[in-house]
Design a protein around this ligand. Structure first.
Ligand SMILES: *[C@@H]1O[C@H](CO)[C@@H](O)[C@H](O)[C@H]1NC(C)=O
Ligand SMILES: *[C@@H]1O[C@H](CO)[C@@H](O)[C@H](O)[C@H]1NC(C)=O
Ligand SMILES: *[C@@H]1O[C@H](CO)[C@@H](O)[C@H](O)[C@H]1NC(C)=O
Length: 428
């Protein structure tokens, strides 16, 4: 990163923390003004009154709109009604504890009054019959165009994906390839917080952030079997200014994937595995233009994943991925701990050789230690016509899990500075 970019990023983070704390401060002050009686109240009494008022005016419990927990029946309509109420009042939609609700595809749409929130204390489970998804096979739950939304509560969002996996062409080769739903999509949400939630067994991707701006995602637990197809943990697309922190992700695909249109993304304290690792891309499929910049992954632990940190682009793409930093990571038995693959090809027919490529530049690998499950611990396979530029390695040390040797493959790479790294390139 250039000094200017570093400064911009720190400014953005400062702004974000300031913004959030200020937001909460204003909210508290507002409540206080509203509730303060003429007599001087004891602090404790004030707290009590505040929470009571909060309960009666600010909560919309799905049970009061016809949802019936734990009966296996469809609660979609009740959730729709509760959402309309919460959204129009700026209230908190509550999914109660120790309760399981079933939803068909559903959209929680904005815009909403300020302070609208969504609290999942219990479990939301996907409707099991695939026929309910025929209208739009790509989505299950969608939050659409909501500003200042908070989604949290400590509960579970369960995609109930087993049937979808069995019907995937990646699992059963005799079946046609069809789309499958992303469990939760946040679309065009600005100033969004998603925290303290568990996502599991998504039909396909677990959580997708699309066209969002200013996002904080934290304390998320995402779990699906290592062999469940395309079940990415957190997918970030066309999204800017996002911090994801303190999250544990283990699925059958990328733990985190960051694709085109994304900028100013930070991932901090991520535990990943099983799965395909932390990915930028794939980019440039179908000869498309891709733009990704300012991505920092700091402090991650990857265990038993097929990749550690990966940048993957298709031949024939255009645009760029630049100013990317991977630092302070530990890898345990990762098949490809560090990989750039500019010949990525995830389709049935073999990919044609093409000249153009998404240009990769200014990629920093710093303080990455651990073990590789395969011999090639560092693999840079860059485009011949558009080589990778400004690759920087410092304190990268990878050994073989089983004690055998390791090597590095480096094709069409231009290093900015060959800092300390092992294994060194055997080619390129
Ligand atoms: C794969 O799909 C075919 C066609 O629907 C089906 O007959 C077969 O039982 C499936 N195989 C498995 C292993 O599920
Ligand atoms: C992370 O990496 C940077 C640069 O290598 C270093 O200055 C910092 O102390 C590291 N540790 C943490 C906990 O961020
Ligand atoms: C390392 O990974 C390989 C393949 O991914 C696996 O076969 C092996 O059992 C793993 N070793 C350990 C010690 O976990």
């Amino acid at each position: 990163m250039s000094p200017l970019q570093t400064i911009t990023l720190s400014l953005f983070i400062t702004f974000l923390s300031f913004h959030f704390s200020l937001g909460f401060y204003i909210q508290d002050k507002h409540i206080q003004t509203r509730l303060m009686s003429p007599n001087h109240e004891q602090h404790f009494g004030f707290m009590m009154r505040r929470s009571r008022t909060h309960m009666s005016q600010g909560m919309v419990n799905v049970d009061h709109y016809g949802a019936i927990a734990n009966d296996g029946r469809d609660d979609t309509e009740a959730f729709e009604k509760a959402w309309i109420e919460a959204c129009s009042r700026g209230a908190i939609l509550v999914v109660p504890q120790r309760s399981v609700y079933h939803l068909k595809p559903i959209t929680f749409k904005g815009s909403c009054q300020p302070n609208t929130a969504f609290k999942v204390y219990g479990t939301i489970k996907a409707w099991p019959h695939m026929s309910a998804y025929e209208k739009d096979r790509q989505r299950w739950i969608m939050f659409d165009s909501i500003t200042n939304l908070v989604v949290d509560g400590g509960g579970i969002i369960d995609g109930n994906g087993r049937k979808w996996w069995q019907n995937s062409c990646k699992v059963n080769r005799s079946l046609p390839c069809k789309k499958a739903p992303t469990a939760v999509t946040f679309y065009q949400c600005n100033n969004l917080q998603v925290k303290n939630l568990r996502f599991k067994n998504a039909q396909q991707m677990h959580v997708r952030f699309q066209k969002c701006f200013n996002v904080r995602a934290s304390n998320l637990l995402v779990k699906a079997p290592g062999n469940s197809p395309n079940t990415d943990g957190i997918h970030i697309t066309e999204t800017q200014n996002m911090i994801i922190s303190n999250s544990v992700i283990g699925t059958g695909d990328d733990c985190i994937s960051i694709v085109s249109g994304s900028k100013n993304i930070r991932a901090i304290d991520i535990t990943c595995g099983p799965g395909h690792g932390i990915s930028i891309g794939s980019l440039g499929a179908g000869n498309l233009e891709a733009e990704v910049s300012n991505v920092v992954v700091n402090r991650a632990m990857l265990t038993g994943t097929t990749n550690g940190v990966r940048i993957k682009t298709w031949q024939g793409g255009r645009g760029y991925a630049k100013d990317i930093k991977f630092m302070n990571m530990s890898m345990r038995n990762v098949t490809n701990p560090i990989i750039i693959d500019q010949n990525y090809c995830d389709q049935e027919e073999p990919c044609q050789v093409q000249e153009s490529a998404v240009a990769l530049s200014n990629v920093v690998y710093q303080n990455i230690k651990g073990t590789s499950a395969s011999e090639v611990a560092i693999k840079f396979v860059c485009s011949k016509t558009v080589p990778c530029k400004g690759i920087y390695m410092q304190d990268v040390i990878l050994r073989r899990e089983d004690g055998d040797g390791v090597s590095a493959t480096c094709e069409n790479v231009r290093f900015a500075n060959r800092g300390r790294f092992y294994p060194q390139c055997s080619s390129g």
